[in-house]
Design a protein around this ligand. Structure first.
Ligand SMILES: C[S@@+](CC[C@H](N)C(=O)[O-])C[C@H]1O[C@@H](n2cnc3c(N)ncnc32)[C@H](O)[C@@H]1O
Length: 445
């Protein structure tokens, strides 16, 4: 493929991303699957441009505005600005790539050439950019990020948008042991190190097609961010427990809960999405889990009511804005606004209340999001606790000592009632975890 055809393909993918709610990685996968004739290095170049433009979007848009008329804030405009600002190439060179020939993008217009002339020679960063633009943060979210991260806000938000690490969880249910898996991967020339916080994780040097490896096929490893591993460990699921994973999705955390239960007791996966629960089934089978039930939620679900006051552990991995996963989904940050946030927080509060009813006296309700925003985290949990006397927050350092340090992990990196993980501090995706315990005596509301 010529460079011009790669750029045309990147523009097509970015247009498709803008036209759908599906995550960018799915859109890109589909695009490439439908075009199997595209070779490996071309795929890499297309993906690199697509991810680069998505990660640099705020700064590209700032330059597009500055360049005046000629470039639009759309897929073509952003790719043109990206080439001008990051490829060290002049306008004549860009015109050779955008020449309208077969497989190339349509030829440059005069206004486009003029606008590009105002960009060429500049780098992507500029001292005149507002901090939110420099950090690639949507404007409406910046004050919220400042409230969470204070003086570290720029470093924190930049890290949220940088490239993600690639982590695996080792699965003892399938007979895996961390040191043995490291040795096996090393023999296949895949360097892996133990994760620094999770006692059951491995960090690879970069993203790898692990689904081709025997350790993945026979369920000894799973792809899971270290932050997600920690959230699951903090649930403290134990053999013989009744554990409910109330927003189980495709089962990422259910797999980890099942491992902690050693296949003893009952693990119930709920979700509103049948497609996700179906994907969970495949993963549960591969991981050797045989004590899990999957249930699609419907309104007024009787099976939830039957579990009232029965569960030892209920995990609520709530649907959220995903600000903590921008490293993996850079497109997601542009999909929300204050209205969408208000809808999400209303649903989080409702889900937490429904899930709470299933917890038995002495049992625990664990609320998790992969967002760093106070609206979705402390505000939800504190609002819930303010209206019930049945639950109290267990300080996260206490839970961590029981569930992470006791398994060979380090001391808790946080104090206070809740845990907030973020890439700039912990090298994980952004996560929030609150552990609430139902008392035996006081209030049952
Ligand atoms: C953060 S994702 C779960 C990820 C999953 N726990 C994992 O570790 O892979 C949130 C899930 O909540 C589900 N969900 C959305 N609304 C829900 C509701 N009202 N009740 C239960 N689950 C819901 C979504 O379908 C989605 O799968």
């Amino acid at each position: 493929m010529k460079d011009s055809a790669r750029l045309a393909a990147a523009i097509e993918v970015l247009e498709a991303v803008a036209a759908t709610d599906r995550p960018a990685d799915r859109v890109l996968d589909r695009y490439l699957k439908d075009r199997r004739y595209i070779g490996g290095s071309d795929r890499g170049a297309i993906a690199q441009r697509v991810w680069g433009v998505l990660r640099r979007r705020a700064r590209l848009d700032w330059w597009i505005k500055k360049a005046g008329k000629g470039l639009q804030r759309d897929a073509r405009g952003r790719v043109l600005a990206d080439v001008a600002l990051t490829d060290n190439i002049d306008v004549a060179g860009i015109a050779m790539l955008f020449d309208g020939s077969r497989h190339a993008p349509p030829a440059l217009g005069r206004d486009e050439s003029d606008a590009l002339r105002r960009l060429v020679g500049h780098g992507l960063d500029d001292p005149g950019m507002p901090p939110a633009v420099r950090a690639e943060c949507p404007n409406w979210l910046w004050p919220r990020m400042e409230a969470v991260f204070g003086g570290e806000v720029e470093a924190a938000v930049r890290a949220l948008g940088a490239e993600a690490s690639f982590d695996l969880r080792v699965n003892p249910l399938a007979g895996a042991d961390r040191a043995a898996v490291i040795a096996e991967l090393a023999a296949a020339s895949v360097p892996a190190e133990p994760t620094s916080l999770s006692p059951v994780g491995l960090r690879l040097d970069r993203r790898r097609p692990v689904d081709q490896m025997p350790a993945f096929r026979d369920g000894r490893i799973e792809v899971q961010d270290e932050g997600s591993q920690l959230a699951a460990l903090l649930v403290g699921a134990a053999p013989g427990n009744l554990v409910v994973d109330y927003c189980a999705g495709a089962g990422g955390k259910s797999l980890a809960l099942a491992a902690d239960m050693a296949n003893k007791g009952r693990l119930i996966l709920y979700d509103v999405s049948k497609a996700r629960l179906d994907r969970a089934a495949v993963r549960l089978r591969r991981a050797g889990v045989n004590n899990a039930e999957r249930r699609q939620l419907a309104d007024g679900d009787k099976s939830v009511k039957r579990l009232a006051g029965k569960a030892d552990r209920v995990l609520v991995d709530a649907p959220c804005t995903g600000t903590g996963t921008w490293r993996r989904n850079p497109d997601a940050k542009w999909r929300y606004d204050t209205e969408a946030l208000a809808e999400i927080t209303a649903s989080q509060r409702q889900i937490l209340e429904r899930a709470a009813a299933m917890v038995k006296p002495g049992g625990r309700l664990v609320y998790v999001t992969c967002s760093v925003l106070t609206d979705e985290n402390e505000a939800i949990v504190d609002g819930f606790l303010a209206e019930t006397t049945a639950f109290r927050a267990v300080p996260v350092a206490d839970v961590w000592a029981e569930t992470v340090t006791a398994r060979g992990g380090p001391a808790c990196p946080a104090d206070g009632p809740y845990l907030r993980l973020s890439p700039h501090r912990h090298g994980t995706d952004g996560f929030f975890v609150a552990v609430l315990e139902r008392g035996y005596a006081v209030g049952t509301d």
